[in-house]
Design a protein around this ligand. Structure first.
Ligand SMILES: *[C@@H]1O[C@H](CO)[C@@H](O)[C@H](O)[C@H]1NC(C)=O
Ligand SMILES: *[C@@H]1O[C@H](CO)[C@@H](O)[C@H](O)[C@H]1NC(C)=O
Length: 375
């Protein structure tokens, strides 16, 4: 009698809904809940959109100015839109506690500011960059192996800092409860400049965790090879590492001219999302990552494609549901594949075909060649 009462009581303790208990029989299905942010509106043009220009990234169409929960929460219309949105998300999560199969999180994903590799791609042009220069550590003047931010990149991160400062203080945007970053220095620096100097409450400190799988597409470019754990720790001593983070970069295969396929990237983006959703019970989460990786996460979250320029930010309301594992897909895909490269600056490169090297000594087969876009 007593013990069944106890377990009934335990079942009501909110922390007992932890998805930490996701079993190997469960799969997590993600839906991006649309209609809240301009970035989930098909009419928003990613190439010209700037998150700062809008007072809110929240859609202000008449129908969405109010939430079903407003009547009780804000009868006198005193709350900000972020407060009412946050309250609405809380109400969704309260509802979920009943069946424990569903949860919602608000992810703010920011792309790093401009790095030296971005500046070099502009300087050399994309064909020469992809086929030759990106495979080097730098050009003697600039270094782009695990590139750091240019002055412009730091300015972009400072802009994000001012944005969050005003949103936290004036618009009552909820403080983030968890911060994650890619292990690449340009993201660590961006997250640091964006958040480290904010006047955050003690209950919500900036204590970022570096996660391996938030890194950029693992191409043969040296900007996609990370530094060792020791070097990263020396660079940013106040950043934590996820459990099991290896000393050396075990994933980069640039010295074998092999890069990650996009199928592999979407699969590992799902893996890192599953990791966050099953181990982190927080709702408001900041992730600092890369254009290719955020694009891949958006695919894993079933969000519309939305390409981010350097320093841009995208918020997503994510619904996650525990579902039965479907039968393993029968289609297999290559995880890594040979990427085109030349031994000297190329003549040009042709979309879908690859590099046209100045000398005949190419190290790739044209059929397999794929061009990488902007990082
Ligand atoms: C190296 O690349 C940078 C762009 O990242 C450029 O500004 C600089 O002029 C280049 N140096 C040389 C020697 O070409
Ligand atoms: C992080 O920010 C702090 C405070 O501005 C600064 O002292 C530190 O050098 C920064 N570290 C990195 C890696 O940018």
């Amino acid at each position: 009698m007593k013990s069944s009462l106890l377990s009934a009581v335990l079942a009501l303790v909110p922390t007992a809904i932890a998805w930490k208990e996701v079993s190997s029989c469960d799969d997590i299905k993600y839906t991006s809940v649309t209609g809240f942010f301009l970035q989930d509106d098909p009419n928003t043009n990613p190439s010209t959109f700037d998150y700062v220009r809008k007072k809110f990234p929240i859609i202000t169409r008449k129908i969405l100015e109010t939430y079903p929960t407003d009547a009780k929460f804000d009868p006198h219309h005193k709350k900000t839109q972020w407060q009412r949105f946050a309250n609405y998300v809380d109400s969704l999560n309260d509802e979920c506690k009943k069946d424990r199969k569903t949860t919602y999180k608000v992810l703010f994903m920011g792309r790093h500011g401009e790095g030296w590799h971005n500046a070099a791609e502009t300087f050399y042009g994309t064909p020469a960059w992809n086929c030759y220069w990106a495979e080097l550590d730098g050009n003697g003047t600039a270094t782009w192996a695990d590139a750091q931010l240019t002055a412009n990149g730091i300015a972009q991160a400072s802009k994000a800092n001012a944005y969050y400062k005003s949103r936290f203080e004036q618009e009552k945007l909820p403080y983030f409860q968890s911060y994650y970053s890619s292990p690449l220095k340009r993201c660590i620096q961006t997250a640091n400049v964006t958040f480290a100097t904010l006047n955050l409450p003690h209950s919500h400190p900036f204590k970022p965790t570096i996660k391996e799988l938030f890194r950029e597409s693992i191409s043969i470019h040296t900007c996609d090879r990370r530094s060792t754990k020791t070097q990263i720790h020396a660079f940013a001593p106040h950043f934590l590492f996820e459990e099991g983070f290896s000393e050396d970069d075990l994933l980069w295969r640039g010295n074998e001219d092999e890069g990650e396929t996009s199928a592999h990237q979407v699969a590992r983006s799902k893996t890192v999302m599953d990791d966050v959703f099953s181990h982190d019970d927080n709702t408001w989460i900041s992730i600092t990552s890369h254009s290719g990786e955020i694009g891949s996460i958006l695919t894993a979250l079933n969000h519309q494609a939305f390409s981010l320029n350097t320093g841009q930010i995208i918020p997503v309301l994510v619904k996650a549901e525990l579902v039965q594992h479907t039968v393993e897909p029968t289609t297999t895909y290559a995880g890594f594949t040979t990427e085109p490269t030349c031994k000297s600056p190329p003549l040009t490169s042709i979309s879908g075909q690859g590099c046209v090297c100045a000398t005949a000594t190419t190290t790739f087969t044209t059929a397999k060649a794929t061009l990488k876009g902007e990082l």
